[in-house]
Unconditional design. Structure first.
Length: 296
């Protein structure tokens, strides 16, 4: 029984707890167990144990790119927030998977390292952000990742190089191979002009505040941008800004954001996503691709 394993290994855990504070849509969904491994060895042992059971599980980063579909997740949710070691040596960064990408970007920029400015507005954790090849302003993590340390399907720690990772637009081998789990990464930046870097991120922050609903619960961009187009513009041209299903609403500020205006469920958000896809398909014959991940 999983509870015996948890207690035997002295894992930090919570039972039948709401995940509302652990997902940026603020969906009030509960889970059977929420576990916080203290280090990569604990994570490996937990994954190895779960592979011998019928318990389903998911690994969450900052919960910033997910939609919790059901009101109850009958399984184990693993949060990596305690895997948060960071070492910066010259222009090389060694960082664990649970470290905030946004925090890392701001810290590296503040000491005059360039290459992560694009990530100052991305709220995910390093591991999940690498897995989805997070990016903005025509830059992405694939440009600066050197190596990642993973737990492979045999529950071994192995290092993989950038060439192994099959990076694509908002994708990588980790999206197709869920049994490879990122535990840390090495990033390579460049030395730059600190004042110029800070001025750039300051201007971008002002623009984000003006154009994105940062004051509302959301999970960032909902759809990938089609080639040479912007998903938000297509959605806006369909007249969908402000369209609302039980509190899930297409943002009035940016149409490629869905915001939770009251107590929308995961199913409400998914219904709204389907409505948007249908209208854009009908109007432009374009199939929008969902950037966010639905957790069943």
């Amino acid at each position: 029984m999983i509870k015996n394993f948890i207690k035997k290994h002295n894992l930090e855990y919570y039972e039948d707890i709401s995940l509302k504070r652990y997902n940026t849509y603020r969906i009030d969904s509960k889970c059977k167990y929420l576990i916080f491994p203290k280090n990569k060895e604990e994570l490996k042992e937990l994954l190895q144990y779960l592979s011998t059971t019928e318990e389903k599980y998911i690994i969450l980063g900052n919960g910033s790119n997910i939609i919790l579909k059901e009101n109850y997740y009958n399984g184990v949710v693993i949060l990596l927030t305690k895997l948060n070691k960071l070492t910066i040596t010259d222009n090389t960064i060694e960082v664990e998977a649970g470290y905030s990408l946004q925090k890392l970007a701001l810290e590296s920029c503040s000491i005059g390292l360039t290459g992560l400015e694009f990530a100052c507005g991305i709220p995910g954790h390093i591991g999940a952000s690498i897995a989805m090849n997070a990016g903005a302003y025509n830059s992405s993590l694939s440009e600066i990742v050197e190596t990642v340390e993973v737990i492979n399907p045999n529950f071994e720690f192995v290092n993989m190089t950038k060439q192994d990772l099959d990076f694509e637009y908002r994708s990588s081998m980790f999206k197709k191979n869920k049994n490879y789990i990122i535990v840390s990464a090495v990033l390579k930046l460049e030395k730059g002009n600190k004042e110029e870097i800070l001025e750039k991120i300051s201007k971008r922050r002002v623009k984000r505040i003006e154009t994105q609903p940062l004051d509302m619960p959301s999970a960032g961009s909902v759809f990938r941008n089609p080639p040479n187009m912007h998903a938000g513009e297509l959605i806006e041209k369909c007249g969908l800004k402000g369209y609302n299903i039980n509190g899930a609403e297409v943002s009035e500020k940016h149409a490629n954001f869905i915001v939770n205006t009251k107590n929308a469920t995961g199913r409400d958000i998914i219904k709204l996503i389907e409505k948007v896809k249908q209208e854009v398909k009908k109007e432009f014959n374009i199939d929008l691709i969902l950037e966010q991940i639905i957790v069943d």
